[in-house]
Design a protein around this ligand. Structure first.
Ligand code: ADP
Ligand code: ZN
Length: 655
């Protein structure tokens, strides 16, 4: 007997192996096979047959081991194939996302964890009841995704908990996806309170032991609830009943690693294949999702007010042209007064600035030299805490030299603009007796550290928290009553369309952190352009106008969701070779009428980790045609081994 096997290596084709006597396999069986230089490589059997075709003139190797207890289901195989076809990633690498490594697969789970389910009844308000009744009706119509939109603090979590409860009674498996690990601790403890047991957690930082247990429990089909990051989508659930994608709009769902995928989109596909219900929850649904609601592809339920009954905090704009900032100060007098006021009442405040470190740009005041990474096209960022200059693209660390590296003047370094550390410094001068905290990916880089900061803020050990976007999402702090946005302009007026959408959502989310349960909150936004339509609609909480206008713009320029895009990024240590290959690629095929290729152009981050980067953007009006064309192109003009080529289907970043 022979079988064709997909091997967990970057290949799309199957490889044929001989089956030794005594081994039994079926479609989906997991095996070890010799492959290339490696004696054992994990793979999956896709079909079995008796006779080889006669024109095979190479040695057929034997399957080494069969992991008898594991067979991937047809649904999972279908999902793997779908991901590979859509993302144009080798099927072998997609398979690897599911199988991880031999240690995980080759494990016997001795005891299935039984959850001691003891729910606390929560009584939902009118809005919530309406939403949950509607969703429960839709549970039978599984193929339609449900969008649970609700303003910040409206109690979306309680609504999907209600739905989760009904799925628990059905003894099915449930996956709650969160865009960032940092969101797991708070959700985990809310879950515990509501249901009386801890859910299983799945993300890159859990221990190997935990990983094995969760993987195998998912495989057994036993009832379980997983709260997980993107990769939880590749768990071998056997009886998936519900997927909740929390904060569905969040760009962190887009994975930009070896395989580039949008986890929210894949979750929709998986739910469809597994015949499970899917709920997309957000206060700021993505434009893609909004468009699907408009086209009646998704069902929409809406929670219009905060659960506490408090009105959403009013948003006030501070015109920085009129309220001039002092030199090297970033907090206007108005925000200062508000902070004073807030702290006097023993309430807490949040200042939002989406910039890590002390200052984003360092230069020499004598000669104008800008500190730049040697490996990347990027300015170095001063980090006071670490007393170092950091490259945010590659992570390189540079010491702070006493002399300018170019003109050798002593102590001539000047730090331009603020990051969160600099704001903290300013606040410490303004409020010497108060405790000023920071939350950014530099100090909140493990679940424990995140939990510590969140606990401190919850327990009022921090009076003012200065935070980047890491803090904007999902959190609930009852005593937080003031939010100040230090700079609305960079993100809202500077970027591409996605960057603008992202910032708008971020600011809307961050504005929803204040005044959620006890007292009405206040939000102040500093801007030099208070008259700009985007900023005005944010201030009026007129999301509808923003969304309509953005969709119109996207339609006009055939930007997703009205057109399809695939980016190709080529890189290598040789600038000329990379550019030449880029040109050759574009010239190798004449695109059909409704497909356009733009580029190759130097990527905005032209040098990254010492690699020169060029980008191509392929646009078209059908994903299928676009993918076929891209495949054809890459076949026609294969990438030389000295270059790296990445295909990014539905790109989010254009850097
Ligand atoms: P969202 O996820 O929409 O931002 P949350 O689910 O975090 O909102 O709810 C906001 C706050 O209101 C939380 O403190 C939550 O515990 C509380 N809350 C929401 N719904 C209820 C309810 N039905 N009963 C009691 N508390 C609720
Ligand atoms: Zn760098």
């Amino acid at each position: 007997m022979f079988c064709n096997v997909i091997v967990t290596r970057p290949f799309d084709q199957v490889f044929t192996y001989k089956l030794q006597k005594g081994y039994v396999v079926e479609k989906g069986s997991i095996v070890n096979v010799p492959f290339g230089k490696s004696k054992k490589q994990i793979g999956m059997v896709v079909n079995i047959f008796n006779n080889l075709s006669s024109n095979i003139n190479y040695e057929i190797k034997e399957i080494q081991d069969v992991f008898e207890s594991i067979t991937l289901s047809n649904d999972i195989i279908k999902f793997i194939q779908w991901i590979s076809d859509y993302t144009l990633s080798p099927v072998g690498l997609v398979l690897k996302l599911f199988l991880l490594n031999e240690k995980i697969i080759n494990f016997k789970i001795d005891e299935i964890k039984k959850n001691h389910f003891s729910p606390t009844k929560v009584s939902l308000n009118q809005d919530q009841k309406k939403a949950s009744t509607l969703i429960k009706k839709l549970l039978f119509k599984k193929s339609t995704p449900i969008v649970l939109e609700g303003v910040t603090g409206s109690g979306k979590t309680e609504v999907f908990f209600e739905i989760i409860e009904s799925i628990i009674y059905k003894k099915q498996q449930i996956l709650i996806m969160v865009p960032e690990i940092s969101l797991t601790p708070q959700l985990e403890s809310r879950f515990l309170k509501r249901f009386g047991f801890l859910p299983d957690i799945w993300h890159s930082k859990i221990s190997e032991k935990k990983r094995k247990i969760v993987w195998h429990q998912a495989y057994t089909g036993q009832p379980m609830i997983v709260i997980g990051a993107r990769s939880s989508l590749f768990l071998p659930f056997k009886k998936l009943g519900l997927i909740v994608v929390d904060e569905e709009h969040d760009a962190s769902y887009k994975q930009e690693d070896i395989i580039r995928y949008q986890a929210r989109d894949l979750a929709i596909v998986r739910a469809k294949i597994d015949n499970a219900t899917i709920i997309l929850s957000s206060a700021t649904p993505s434009l893609e999702t909004q468009n699907n609601i408009n086209k009646n592809k998704y069902k929409h339920v809406f929670l219009s007010s905060q659960y506490s009954g408090l009105e959403l905090p009013p948003i006030k704009l501070i015109d920085l042209k009129k309220n001039k900032l002092d030199k090297n100060k970033w907090i206007s007098n108005i925000i200062y007064k508000e902070l004073e006021n807030c702290l006097e009442k023993k309430e807490q405040a949040l200042l939002f600035l989406n910039r890590r470190g002390y200052s984003p740009l360092s230069l020499c005041i004598e000669c104008g030299y800008r500190y730049q990474c040697e490996q990347c096209t990027s300015w170095l960022v001063m980090h006071n805490e670490k007393k170092r200059l950091l490259c945010h693209h590659c992570g390189s660390i540079y010491p702070i030299e006493p002399k300018c590296p170019k003109c050798l003047t002593e102590d001539s370094i000047k730090l331009i603009g603020p990051g969160v550390e600099r704001l903290q410094e300013e606040l410490k001068l303004l409020f010497p007796k108060k405790s000023i905290g920071i939350m950014s990916s530099d100090n909140a880089n493990t679940p424990n550290k995140i939990k510590a900061i969140i606990d401190d803020f919850e327990n009022k050990k921090i009076d003012i928290l200065v935070a980047t976007q890491i803090m904007a999402k999902g959190y609930d702090f009852p005593n937080l009553s003031f939010v100040g946005v230090i700079d609305a302009d960079t993100g809202l007026l500077g970027g591409d369309m996605r960057a603008i959408e992202r910032t708008y959502n971020l600011l809307q989310q961050v504005s929803g952190r204040a005044g959620r349960s006890k007292q009405r909150g206040k939000v102040f936004i500093q801007t030099y352009f208070p008259e700009q339509p985007v900023i005005k609609s944010l201030q009026r909480r007129d999301r509808k106008t923003f969304v309509e206008q953005s969709l119109k713009d996207r339609e006009e320029f055939l930007i997703p969701p009205f057109g399809f895009m695939t980016a190709i990024i080529i890189s290598s240590s040789s600038k000329t070779k990379t550019e030449m290959y880029g040109r050759a690629l574009v010239q190798s095929v004449k695109p059909p009428e409704n497909i356009n290729i733009l580029g190759p152009v130097e990527a905005p981050i032209f040098l990254l980790r010492g690699q020169y980067r060029y980008r191509l953007l392929i646009k078209g009006n059908s994903r299928k045609l676009l993918n076929n064309f891209t495949k054809f192109l890459l076949k026609k003009c294969p990438t030389p081994t000295s270059l790296r080529l990445v295909v990014d289907v539905d790109p989010y970043s254009f850097m």
